[in-house]
Design a protein around this ligand. Structure first.
Ligand SMILES: C[S@@+](CC[C@H](N)C(=O)[O-])C[C@H]1O[C@@H](n2cnc3c(N)ncnc32)[C@H](O)[C@@H]1O
Length: 259
């Protein structure tokens, strides 16, 4: 992207040196890890659960599949993937599905490991620290690759998309869930008022870190619009690229196939 050429990138609304962003993002998630799940529920009124559920419906996990969930944080997507694959197991004579959560931030992985609702999956769930721009996995090693609310934090998104393409087997699918840009008349104003006022306030008074949540809001605005991000998927090599707006475009699911 242009940013990389200028040796500068966005960190929310700030311009920072490209090499500085990962450290700044790590600082944000180090700070919020312990309260991450609770804050998600509070900020979104639980709506993030509905978005993740729709996302997993579209991903349609199957028994025997292996998922790499990049920027997987505390593990909502990996857990949902395994639950849904198990539910479809039925009489199929296949091994159970497996998932790897890869996240640059050890504190987020640790917070996920401490979740009681993850305990049942420990034999089929691995956690690995790693950068989405340089995934620590071999070529063609996954059936599905996901990233939820993570891609906008990555410094070089094109590099990460190429990595998702590389680790997928031919026929594998990539799904991305991310905050996006409202397309419904009038929604942008309400959304701006809420996110620029309420979310930083909650960050300050509940999570004890206003700046981290100010970054969250700003990074959403700096993220490419739906069509522009779809084009980035195509440029990374994905076929059958499409997207679906959720809640009038407040979030969107992008998907593509490696053929
Ligand atoms: C908003 S959280 C999303 C976590 C989880 N996917 C979810 O939906 O609840 C963003 C995550 O991205 C991780 N992250 C940020 N930059 C990353 C990178 N370059 N590579 C891998 N993970 C990254 C952060 O550590 C954090 O856990």
């Amino acid at each position: 992207m242009d940013d990389a050429r200028n040796d500068e990138t966005s960190f929310g609304f700030r311009r920072v040196k490209t090499g500085e962003k990962a450290g700044l993002v790590r600082g944000v998630f180090d700070s919020v890890a312990g309260r991450y799940d609770m804050m998600n529920d509070l900020m979104s009124g639980g709506v993030h659960r509905i978005w993740k559920s729709v996302f997993l419906d579209r991903l349609s996990p199957r028994p025997g599949e292996k998922l790499i969930d990049a920027a997987g944080g505390t593990g909502d997507i990996a857990r949902g993937f395994l639950i849904r694959a198990d539910a479809r197991h039925g009489a199929a004579n296949q091994p159970p599905a497996r998932a790897v959560i890869c996240d640059i931030n050890f504190e987020m992985l640790k917070a996920g490991e401490a979740r009681r609702d993850m305990a049942d999956y420990s034999d089929r769930l691995a956690r690995v620290t790693g950068d989405a721009e340089r995934l620590p996995f071999p070529d063609r090693s996954a059936d599905a690759c996901t990233i939820a609310f993570g891609i906008r934090n990555v410094t070089d998104m094109d590099a990460a998309l190429r990595e998702f393409f590389r680790v997928l087997r031919p026929g594998g699918r990539f799904f991305c869930l991310e905050f996006s840009h409202p397309v419904m008349e009038g929604l942008q104003k309400i959304y701006d008022a809420y996110s620029f006022n309420v979310i930083p306030w909650l960050g300050e008074h509940v999570a004890g870190d206003r700046d981290a949540y100010q970054y969250l809001v700003e990074s959403i605005r700096a993220f490419p619009a739906q069509e522009a991000f779809a084009l980035m998927l195509r440029e990374a090599g994905f076929a059958r690229v499409s997207y679906e707006n959720l809640t009038g475009g407040v979030a969107a699911i992008h998907s593509g196939w490696k053929v």
